[in-house]
Design a protein around this ligand. Structure first.
Ligand SMILES: Nc1ncnc2c1ncn2[C@@H]1O[C@H](COP(=O)(O)OP(=O)(O)OP(=O)(O)O)[C@@H](O)[C@H]1O
Ligand SMILES: [Mg+2]
Length: 445
């Protein structure tokens, strides 16, 4: 998250700026005089300093020079009373980034700060639009960057909605294969026989309905990267065939006896714990070890709460109706920070999308969360003791959990999937296998 240092001897001004900047998702520190400011700056090395010029004691120009002495490229925005504009112009020649005349037009100041922060942010380009500055998140990105520099296959194991696909694309973009294709296959989206031909292709007449030959995703990704999404859903009988490509970079089209060679880097993702599946016998150990050359975890959103504001603002910008900026009230952002986000960034994105789309007034407050099941705390009203106590089988507890979650979401399966941290397909399968009430009771969204 960006860090801004706001310096003004006027407490009201400090508070106003702090509130506005915080609403943008920027972390803000304040100082009441230049001396306090430079002490804080030495410790924090903020990405941007916004300072009043005329203050008792040392002034804003002095502060600017001191800041430059510590970190020469730090941008400084000077806030100046009308009388000292000529001085500010001189200061700009000395390298102040910008100056604004008081009384400050907040919108203008925010725009200037936004512009400066965007260009000052290191790796902004390389990270694409991957938002967030939490240490855990940055560490994961650093690992992704390291993996990109190698030819090894990568396994991304993380909860649903944490950004697995985004990071897979980042790895491809940063790799030597970037000019070659990036092809994605969702293993959960196909039944077994179709997944096989999807991956490996087939010859004409290989099976009923195969009216022409078709290349598979491995061929399409040749020279590039193949994303195998939700690898945990890969049917057991297909797993040896996948292992063979990974080991020998060789496979057969369905119906063809001649093997084909490919040069593909595989990135596999899963929101299930593959080692547990190995133990349960539903995932092959050899395939697991082969995929797990470079394991990569992504932190769940609840472990990077400091990114929530920035993400919320980012999504608000993405989803807002054109020409209309709808600011968040502090209470809304606080509520977002307090939520546990079992569906992670995807859930946050959906939440903001809905709040922005439905906003009745000029800004967005807590009321926008009223229909979120978690804000109403309905979930807590449902007794859990019956479902969870020693003596209940895992199956029974799971069944109960699916049932309760579906009830809490009014039967909305997508939301249930997000809350449970599983795929929509898993929810559908569980409804079927546990014989939970079928479609008539549950709505689609
Ligand atoms: N750091 C981030 N910055 C911006 N957008 C993000 C970030 N992380 C995730 N998103 C967005 O959140 C959504 C979920 O991300 P993504 O599809 O990569 O997650 P996933 O882990 O693959 O989820 P799933 O397990 O549901 O497939 C996407 O819309 C993505 O653009
Ligand atoms: Mg995904």
């Amino acid at each position: 998250m960006s860090r801004v240092l706001v310096v003004d001897d006027d407490a009201g001004m400090r508070a106003a700026l702090e509130a506005r900047f915080r609403r943008r998702g920027w972390r803000v520190e304040t100082a009441a005089c230049a001396i306090e400011a430079i002490e804080k700056f030495r410790r924090g090395q903020h990405a941007l300093v916004v300072t009043d010029i005329r203050m008792p004691g040392a002034d804003g120009f002095w502060l600017m020079r001191e800041v430059r002495a510590v970190a020469p490229s730090t941008p400084v925005i000077l806030l100046t009373a009308f009388g000292s504009v000529p001085d500010a112009v001189t200061a700009m020649k000395d390298g102040a980034c910008d100056y604004l005349v008081k009384p400050v037009a907040f919108e203008e100041l925010e725009r200037a700060a936004e512009r400066i922060l965007a260009s000052a942010r290191p790796n902004a380009e390389a990270n694409g639009n991957l938002i967030g500055h939490a240490p855990l998140w940055l560490r994961a990105l650093e690992r992704a960057r390291q993996a990109a520099g190698t030819e090894a296959d990568v396994l991304i194991e993380a909860e649903s909605g944490t950004g697995k696909e985004l990071v897979a694309r980042l790895i491809h973009r940063l790799s030597a294969r970037r000019e070659r294709p990036f092809v994605a296959v969702n293993c959960a989206a196909f039944p077994e026989n179709l997944l096989e031909s999807e991956l490996f292709g087939h010859t004409k007449g290989a099976f009923t309905g195969a009216s022409s030959a078709k290349p598979g995703k491995f061929e399409q990704a040749n020279g590039g990267t193949l994303l195998l999404d939700e690898i945990g859903e890969m049917p057991l009988p297909l797993q040896p065939k996948l292992l063979r490509v990974l080991q020998e970079r060789e496979f057969d089209r369905l119906g063809d006896t001649r093997s084909m060679q490919v040069d593909v880097r595989v990135i596999a993702t899963t929101n299930r714990k593959l080692n547990e599946m190995v133990r349960a016998g539903t995932f092959r150990a050899d395939l697991y070890y082969r995929l797990n050359v470079i394991p990569l975890g992504l932190p769940p959103l609840r472990q990077r709460k400091e990114d929530i504001r920035e993400l919320a603002n980012y999504f608000a910008g993405l989803y807002r109706p054109t020409g209309r900026a709808i600011p968040f009230r502090e209470e809304f952002l606080v509520a977002l920070e307090q939520h546990g986000w079992p569906g992670n960034v995807r859930e946050l994105a959906n939440c903001v999308r809905r709040a922005v789309a439905l906003a009745p007034g000029p800004d967005i407050g807590r009321e926008a969360l009223a229909e979120m099941e978690w804000s109403a705390q309905q979930a807590q009203d449902i007794p859990v003791d019956a479902a969870l106590r020693p003596g209940v089988s895992l199956d029974e507890a799971e069944r109960k959990l699916f049932e309760m979650t579906l009830a809490a979401t009014g039967g909305n399966r997508s939301r249930a999937a997000a809350l449970l941290g599983v795929s929509l397909r898993t929810v559908r399968n569980k409804i079927r296998s546990y014989g939970l009430p079928e479609c008539n009771a549950y709505v689609h969204d």
